[in-house]
Every structure is written in C-alpha cells, then in structure tokens.
Design a protein around this ligand. Structure first.
Ligand SMILES: Cc1cc2nc3c(=O)[nH]c(=O)nc-3n(C[C@H](O)[C@H](O)[C@H](O)COP(=O)(O)OP(=O)(O)OC[C@H]3O[C@@H](n4cnc5c(N)ncnc54)[C@H](O)[C@@H]3O)c2cc1C
Length: 396
C-alpha cells in the first residue's frame, strides 16, 4: 500500500469511549503525540517522497521500535510494553492517520511475530522477537504457491532431513508481500507425503538474505509489488521449525486466524471512506442527501467491523487464540465493505472533475487497484463464506 494523506476518522472518538479503557485512550494520545514530533514528521515526509515501487518504511519503524511502539503487546525484553493487541490496533490506526503504510507492520509483528510469540519455544522467541520488536529485522509470510492458494495443503515446496538433523529446502513461493524488505519468511513446507494432504507439513522461519534464496519482484495491479521467493537447496537447522515438525497444519490455521482479525481491512475501509468523503468535499462527487445517507451508513458499518475486530483482538489477549469462524466473519465483512465503499465512489464520481485534483485522483486510483486484493489475501471471500457456512451447518 502506498502512502496516503491524513484521515479524519469521523465517529472514532465516540466509539473509542465505548471500546477503550481510560488507559488505552491515554495510550492513543501518546502514540498520536509520537507521530507529531518534528523529526518524525520530517521522516514521514521523506518516506512519502520516495519514488521506488516498494516504499521503504523501515527507518520509521525502527524509531517506533526504539519507543516501544512496534510490538506493544510483548514484554520489555522483546522491545514491548506488556500491553494487548488492542494497543497494537491503536498504533496501526494512528499510523494510517498520519499516512504511513502499515502492511509491513501487520506482517512482521501482528502475524509472524505473534505466531512465534504464541507457538514458538522460548529459545525461538529469544532469537527472533527482540529484533522484530525493535524494528531492526522484518518478516513476511511465504505460504502461497502457483498451484496452492485457497487449497494451501497442496504446497510442493519440500524439506528433506539430513543425517545431522538439518533440513534442505527446495521450492518456490509466490504472491508474498514485502519479501524484498524482509530478513525472514514464515514458510509452509512439506516434509513428507502422507495419506492426508494436511499431514507432513512443517512451518519454518527461513532467512531470506543469503545464498540459495532468490527474491524476485513481480509487478501487481496494486502499487505494492508482489515477490516470488525461490529456495534452491537452502539448509537450515531444525530449530527453525515453528511448532511440531510434520504437524504444521494447526500452525498455518493459527497464522491465518491472526491474519483474519479484520484489522488491515478496517484500515482500508477508513482509507476508502476518507477518499470518497474528500471527493464530495472537492465537488467530484455529488453532495446530495442520498449520497450523504449512504456515506453515513458506511461509517456505521465501519464501526461494526471495528467492533468485530476489537472483540477478536480481546479474545486473543484473554485466550491466546482466535476463533476461526468469527475471524472469517470479521475478515469477510470488513474486506467486502472496503470494496463496496470504493465501488460506490466509482459509480457516483465525476471523473472529469477528479482529473482537476491530480493528488486525489492518484490516491483514488491507487485504492481502487489495491482494495480488491484485501478480499483475496489470507483467504478469498468465497473461502470465508464457506468457513462460516460450515460452522453454521455443524451448529444445527
Ligand atoms: C493483496 C494480496 C496479498 C497477498 N499476500 C500474500 C503473502 O504475503 N503471502 C502469501 O503466501 N500469499 C499471499 N497472497 C496470496 C493469497 O493468499 C492467495 O491469492 C489466495 O489464497 C487465493 O489463492 P489463489 O490466488 O491461488 O486463487 P485460487 O485459490 O486459485 O482461487 C481462484 C478462485 O476460485 C475460488 N475458489 C477456490 N477454491 C474454492 C472453493 N473450495 N470454494 C469456492 N470457491 C473457491 C476462489 O475464491 C477464487 O475466486 C496474497 C494475495 C493478494 C491478492
């Protein structure tokens, strides 16, 4: 996702009073103040002026890590502050407000880091979490392959065990976001071909910046490029396996549930609403009562999506797990809503007027190409509906 301009977040204040404790409200104010510091504003401006196809936010994330704002829910030894995932969501919301892309933050901390935090052995936490929390190293997700997207158990990347207990990994991953900026990838691999395709899978943390690994950018319709990652006989220790070797399917499920809280999709809804509202203000979109009523309905739906997301983050804090069906509902609702808001904008916009505001036009176009991807990443809407339907059928 490219950098965007500030977002007003209508109604957020009211909902915050309902969703957040007094301490969390103070925390939001602290994060907001962090982003208002002169040297941070300067750095954000520098990042926004980058003309690379992959905007590099890592220097800013490092400053956030130094301030204990990157992995707020981890303990102090992992550069955190012992808070909860609600505070992590607050950080993400404040980042988006000041126009900082959050994808790398969500991937490295909310997904990969949290999975290590949830399932990893204590040596593994000590090895990887401090640098992730400090923002000096980053991690991405390497699950999909050409023939294995929705049907993830069809992966063909193989790990062969050596006599000394290491693994040699060969295969190709695709559609990974941010791999070009990352030091590690959380990678789903087959270690044996058992009767069930869900058996014999292991999840590894693999180093990306070394020989035997080739990371290639693939162009995408969206501004953010994808990457293809090829492993050619990469040898790693068995200590790089997260969870039990050969029993990686529950690890993948836990990871997907972390990806499906709806947090990133709610942030996209905010961006989409912001652009549409600015189009109204800029007279590229009609200012009549029907339009205003629809936009207000979108705000209400956005708040409902946010409540669902926050309840899942709360569940994670209390139970150290996330309910699969509820996560599917949250992800489906928020990502489809983001798409609906942009489609509403396209149906009603006066494109000739929009061309008179090139910055807004660029942002509209960027979101229009980016947002459909949220309904596909981490499981398509059809797969979310299937999960929800299955849970309803098994209830009756
Ligand atoms: C923006 C974006 C970011 C991504 N980031 C990552 C990443 O960081 N790391 C990573 O590993 N992958 C990533 N992916 C890949 C993503 O996980 C896959 O694209 C997704 O799981 C769908 O797989 P596929 O593309 O192979 O489509 P397919 O699985 O081939 O699906 C094609 C179509 O068939 C439908 N379909 C498939 N099976 C069923 C079924 N059983 N019932 C009903 N309909 C079905 C799907 O809903 C879809 O409409 C990303 C994708 C996008 C768009």
């Amino acid at each position: 996702m490219g950098i965007t301009t500030a977002i007003p977040f209508p109604f957020l204040q009211n909902l915050d009073n309902y969703l957040l404790t007094a301490e969390q409200l103070l925390f939001r104010a602290e994060v907001n103040a962090f982003f208002q510091q002169k040297h941070i504003i300067d750095m954000i401006e520098n990042i926004q002026q980058q003309s690379y196809s992959e905007i590099d936010v890592r220097p800013l994330y490092k400053l956030m890590g130094e301030a204990g704002l990157l992995a707020v829910h981890w303990p102090h030894e992992f550069a955190g502050r012992n808070k909860t995932l609600i505070e992590l969501a607050i950080v993400a919301e404040e980042m988006v407000k000041v126009g900082i892309a959050e994808t790398l933050f969500i991937l490295s901390i909310q997904i990969v880091g949290n999975l290590i935090w949830l399932i990893g052995e204590s040596e593994q936490k000590n090895q990887w979490l401090p640098a992730l929390g400090q923002g000096t190293q980053f991690a991405c997700v390497l699950f999909s392959e050409l023939q294995a997207g929705s049907d993830l158990a069809a992966i063909e990347t193989m790990a062969v065990e050596t006599e000394n207990g290491n693994y040699i990994i060969t295969g190709k991953k695709i559609y990974s976001l941010k791999a070009g900026l990352c030091d590690y990838g959380l990678c789903a691999v087959k270690i044996s071909h058992d009767k069930s395709k869900y058996d014999g899978i292991s999840v590894f943390i693999l180093p990306l910046k070394q020989g035997n690994v080739v990371v290639t950018k693939i162009p995408s319709l969206a501004d953010e490029p994808f990457y293809e990652v090829t492993f050619d006989r990469l040898e790693v220790s068995k200590t790089n396996v997260i969870g039990k070797a050969g029993d990686g399917w529950p690890v993948i499920s836990a990871c997907l549930n972390l990806e499906r809280t709806g947090l990133d999709a709610v942030l996209k809804v905010n961006r989409a609403l912001d652009v549409v509202v600015r189009c109204v203000k800029d007279h590229c979109l009609s200012n009549n009562d029907n339009i205003k009523e629809q936009i207000n309905q979108f705000y209400c739906q956005r708040d409902a999506a946010r409540i669902m997301t926050y309840s899942l983050l709360e569940q994670y804090h209390i139970e150290a797990c996330i309910d699969q069906e509820k996560a599917a509902m949250s992800k489906w609702f928020a990502s489809e809503l983001a798409k609906q808001v942009l489609e509403f904008g396209v149906r009603n916009i006066d494109f000739q007027s929009l061309t008179k505001n090139p910055a807004l036009e660029k942002e509209f176009s960027s979101l229009y190409r980016d947002i459909p991807g949220v309904t596909i990443a981490a499981g398509t809407s059809e797969m979310m509906l299937e999960l929800i339907a299955n849970s309803q059928i098994s209830l009756s």
